[in-house]
Design a protein around this ligand. Structure first.
Ligand code: HEM
Length: 470
């Protein structure tokens, strides 16, 4: 499908970052991808051709119309890149790494499992885990003069991993197993990114048995999850079995294909459960880490959230039904993801020749949809570098252009966990600020963004959590 606006427009050539410059840029790109890509936009405009690493031809864009074209209007012509699909070797063929009719069939099956009501049902569990995580910190703070310094990213990663693991598998896993699961997923991801970013070391990696070791980790991960899935199935099949837990694993096991009425094969259940663990914690962990960073630097915004929460709830904690009245926390979360979109870059490959407003897109074009650049573009946002949650207030004027804000992607492959993630992050923000003020301990090195698969801070930073008066 060509773009609707094409009309009689003559074909237009895209600015091309010369290959020599791409090569020279590749070092900068490795050291500071966000700065280097921003500089390309500043010099060449919203859309430009370049060679990633001086080798791979690619189209970089922060044009919301083109992002919408690729993700939504002509999505059928755009598949995920080899980079994403290659990840399936390690994390299986779940929704995130699947393509074509098979993806669509799985998506139709799984999507209803994420509707509002089920997410509402998981809120209690989310709150329990937040409370379990914050209670020891409150004790430590009380024992040490009222405040405790914590590593923000480590804390949020632990919290969100526990939330997604227990949302999928309820209480099946012992603490030690949860830690092992998280460690295996982190190690596998780090290895895979290395093979893509520095492919010239792959020969050496192979020689040193690194690929074999990554495969062994994948096998351990799958065996761990497979055991629990088999146990759950056996428990449900037992005579007079108690009602199974109402978690996402049970949703996957109970789902039936519309056409055949059959359930998913066990290996597929495993693939989908694993994808939920992988896709469902690092993104939220990074967004919450950046939220802590921003709140520590903008205490007035934190106070607004605290005042709204106190007015709506008094001393009690929030239930799912309260969330619409706690909009300031949600605005802060949304604004955080504008400034620091966890999925900072989304990629796609053109399956056939296409055009967009006179721009010829040959088959095989690799698109880098630069969400970070899109979200900070002064063409769509006033004072784009500033943290202003009020932009997301219901009565605030929105950017006029669709897809100027797309932290969850868009079109048919929009994040299936969107509702889950927003609920989780809003709850964490509310609960954390009910208990603590968030402060910035002076003397830390500047925080630098590290865009890996997701956008995280390089290393970690500390925030000081100060107990609020009861
Ligand atoms: C702040 C949190 C999150 C952000 C920013 C985020 C972002 C995204 C984005 C941008 C995509 C689309 C990728 C593409 O088009 O190539 C996506 C897909 C996906 N996300 Fe999320 N996500 C978040 C949380 C979650 C959670 C909590 C879950 C699971 C409970 C989840 C599960 C998935 C899955 C399974 C897909 C693939 C969907 C498909 O292709 O059909 N995500 N996410």
């Amino acid at each position: 499908m060509a773009d609707d606006n094409l009309g009689a427009r003559p074909p237009r050539a895209l600015p091309q970052v010369p290959r020599w410059q791409s090569l020279r840029n590749s070092l900068k790109l490795a050291a500071d991808p966000l700065g280097a890509l921003g500089a390309i936009h500043a010099r060449y405009g919203d859309t430009a051709r370049l060679y990633i690493g001086g080798v791979q031809p690619s189209v970089l864009t922060r044009d919301p119309g083109l992002v919408q074209h690729v993700l939504q209007k002509n999505h059928r012509n755009y598949a995920k890149s080899a980079f994403t699909l290659g990840f399936a070797r390690y994390i299986g063929h779940g929704l995130l790494t699947n393509e074509g009719p098979d993806w669509l069939r799985q998506r139709r099956l799984i999507q209803p499992g994420f509707h509002r009501q089920r997410v509402a049902g998981l809120t209690g569990l989310m709150q329990e885990i937040v409370a379990e995580t914050l209670a020891p910190l409150a004790q430590q703070a009380a024992a040490s003069g009222g405040a405790v310094a914590v590593p923000a990213h480590a804390l949020m990663t632990r919290l969100t991993f526990r939330i997604i693991a227990r949302s999928v598998f309820s209480t099946s896993f012992a603490e030690a197993e949860l830690d092992r699961l998280a460690q295996l997923i982190t190690e596998i991801q780090a290895f895979y990114i290395g093979t893509i970013r520095q492919p010239y070391f792959n020969f050496w990696r192979r020689l040193r048995g690194r690929f074999r070791r990554a495969d062994a980790r994948t096998a351990e991960l799958r065996a761990l999850l497979g055991r629990y899935i088999a146990q759950r199935q056996a428990a449900s099949a037992a005579p007079r079995a108690p009602a199974p837990p109402d978690d996402l694993l049970q949703m996957l096991l109970d789902a039936r294909y519309e056409d055949t009425g059959e359930p998913m094969a066990p290996a597929r259940v495993l693939d989908e459960a694993l994808i939920l663990l992988v896709a469902g914690h690092e993104t939220s962990a990074n967004a919450l880490t950046w939220l802590l960073y921003l709140l520590a630097h903008h205490p007035a915004e934190a106070r607004l959230i605290q005042a709204e929460t106190a007015a709506a709830l008094g001393a009690r904690g929030p239930a799912f039904a309260d969330l619409p009245r706690l909009g300031r926390a949600l605005c802060a979360v949304q604004e955080t993801m504008r400034l620091y979109p966890p999925a900072w870059m989304v990629d796609r490959v053109a399956l056939a020749d296409d055009d967009y407003q006179g721009l010829r897109i040959p088959k095989g074009t690799l698109f880098s949809l630069f969400l970070y650049g899109l979200h900070r573009d002064a063409q769509h946002w006033d004072a784009p570098a500033e943290f202003r949650p009020a932009r997301f207030a219901p009565d605030a004027p929105r950017p006029l252009v669709p897809f100027a804000y797309a932290p969850f992607g868009g079109g048919p492959r929009l994040c299936v966990g969107l509702q889950f993630a927003l609920t989780e992050m809003q709850l964490v923000a509310v609960e954390l600020l009910r208990t603590f003020d968030v402060e910035w301990p002076e003397g830390q090195p500047p925080v630098v963004e590290q865009p890996l698969i997701t956008l995280r801070p390089r290393g970690d930073f500390q925030v000081r959590l100060r107990l609020r008066p009861a």
